[in-house]
Design a protein around this ligand. Structure first.
Ligand code: ATP
Length: 235
């Protein structure tokens, strides 16, 4: 087997004195879609932040494409191809949609994604290109946040609960974009609360419980009951 694109080894991480992650070891293969599931506060966002470099772990190693990136700040990791769409979108409100998208290209990475391609994939975003981000609905902002991450041509795209608080139709539109993203060879790690959706898109599922990965398996080998049991700690 070729070496994984992302390799986490014995990650302990948290905030100040508070430890949120305990000994997380996890591999993600190139081209794979891994879904992280777990209750609120289980540590999923903390794990994504640790991968993206927004948070330095207390100990343990993050390897990306074979390279130890544990000490690299997030900006350097995005140049290497790690793109995070954080919970809560965080666009620049006074910039237009198109200006926000261009910010994503600051990684300087070449690849399939540019404005044209993002607009093709998400016509809803194209329609709003001259509008200020502050004037978009939550769903539109989420779509722009994903487009902005794609503009950086990531090899690894980290999506943190992108469907949170959105209307079902908008969530549908966002998930419709996923196959196109994967077709470009992009590896995806996503956090999603909806199990039906998780099973529909994931190659593999990792269940996080109180800061530990308690179950990892191909989605096809798992039942909803197993994932639910892992979620509640009754496995
Ligand atoms: P959610 O779905 O609620 O975002 P999660 O699984 O993503 O849940 P995290 O956000 O990673 O969980 O939180 C893990 C733990 O770390 C929780 O106990 C949370 O309260 C704590 N935590 C998260 N962010 C911070 C922070 N900035 N400072 C202090 N503690 C934090």
């Amino acid at each position: 087997m070729s070496s994984p694109l992302l390799h986490l080894d014995a990650i302990d991480a948290g905030y100040g004195d508070f430890q949120a992650l305990f000994g997380i070891s996890l591999d993600v293969a190139e081209g794979e879609l891994l879904a992280l599931v777990g209750a609120n506060g289980a540590g999923k966002s903390t794990l994504l932040r640790t991968v993206a470099g927004a948070l330095r772990p207390f100990s343990g190693t993050v390897r990306f494409d074979g390279e130890d990136v544990t000490a690299l700040p997030d900006i350097h990791r995005s140049r290497k191809g790690i793109g995070l769409v954080p919970e809560g979108r965080r666009l620049f409100p006074s910039l237009t949609v198109e200006e926000n998208l261009r910010v994503g290209a600051a990684t300087g990475r070449k690849g399939p994604w540019d404005l044209k391609k993002v607009y093709e994939m998400m016509p809803l975003v194209a329609d709003r290109r001259t509008r200020k981000a502050a004037r978009l609905s939550g769903g539109e902002q989420q779509a722009v946040a994903i487009g902005r991450a794609l503009m950086g041509n990531p090899r690894l795209l980290l999506l943190d609960e992108v469907s949170l608080g959105l209307a079902p139709l908008v969530v549908e539109q966002l998930y419709t974009a996923l196959p196109g993203i994967r077709a470009e060879g992009t590896t995806v790690v996503l956090v999603e609360q909806d199990l039906t959706r998780t099973f529909a898109v994931a190659d593999r599922i990792a269940c996080v419980l109180e800061g530990r990965v308690v179950l990892t398996a191909p989605a096809a080998d798992l039942t909803r009951e197993q994932v639910t049991a892992a979620y509640f700690g009754t496995l």
